[in-house]
Design a protein around this ligand. Sequence first.
Ligand SMILES: Nc1nc2c(ncn2[C@@H]2O[C@H](COP(=O)(O)OP(=O)(O)OP(=O)(O)O)[C@@H](O)[C@H]2O)c(=O)[nH]1
Ligand SMILES: [Mg+2]
Ligand SMILES: [Zn+2]
Length: 314
Amino acid sequence: MAKKKLSVPLLQGIVTKTTGAHSQVTTDDGKKYVCTFQGKSRIDGNLRSTNPVAVGDRVDFLLPLQEGDLSVIQKVLPRKNYILRKAISYSGKVHILCTNIDQAILLFTLKQPHTTTGFINRFLVIAEAYHIPTTLIINKIDLLHTEEELEKLADIKTAYQLAGYPVVELSATDPSYLATAKTLFADKISFLGGHSGAGKSTLINLIEPDLNIRTHQISDYNDKGMHTTTHTEMYNVAGGYVIDAPGIKEMGLVDFDKKILSHYFPEMRSRISGCKFNNCKHINEPHCAIKEAVETGEIHLSRYNSYLRMMEDE
Ligand SMILES: Nc1nc2c(ncn2[C@@H]2O[C@H](COP(=O)(O)OP(=O)(O)OP(=O)(O)O)[C@@H](O)[C@H]2O)c(=O)[nH]1
Ligand SMILES: [Mg+2]
Ligand SMILES: [Zn+2]
């Protein structure tokens, strides 16, 4: 028997929000549709996921035959990459946080809240493992005044510039940073990470005030943040999309072999061939190009110390 030809149009769009069984899909002309997905969970490799469709997915979908019915996702197009949520369920399935990311932007603050270099470095290692280029934004620079604070700012900038990361100073509450902020996000799918309270939603609101995303007074929650943003959603920002993810804790650590941890520090990766031993761990070995670069200041000590701590972790 010949297959019945479908008379309903097939559209393509990008998943901009997921809430349980439903996904919001936005087409290139900006129209939004509520869709369901009927089919099996599929993900690259042999990973199984709890969510078959994630924010960032390009999908083909069918319009409903009747007005008011849900659209149905027919196909998830191949993913360029994906980020997993940390928790793996008891069933051994992973949860995909988002897919098809062009860049990560890590927003952090030296004050309100304080951000440790360990936190920044872990984020960067994860992004490197996923092969996602990352830009660092130091937000709330309007709060830095004392000599000590300004020295700290300069030092942290140096650490990451030496590693090859773009570092941008910003104040998301100050409209004079609008042009800088827009350029950072223009026409890309960006994963915006950072501690709760760092100012992620404030930054998105600066560029797209109409979105009016909820933000929170930092003073309300003891310098720690209270995770105002609780679900994963992608916003249309500066001609691209931004994923304002719920806190960095959600961004799963990838399992990787300690032996290759130094490959996830770009300033180490580029020097590894200079070590005498090709299995050099860059800890106690003689003629280690990494330790030499730390001594000459070409690799920042705080980055190297983070590397050592990560090597010690189980
Ligand atoms: N002084 C100052 N305050 C800022 C700046 N950016 C954001 N804030 C304030 O910081 C607080 C937290 O900002 P949010 O944008 O809610 O932080 P968030 O990163 O989205 O936090 P979660 O949604 O909880 O992850 C708000 O009170 C903002 O007004 C800045 O550049 N300078
Ligand atoms: Mg937020
Ligand atoms: Zn070495």
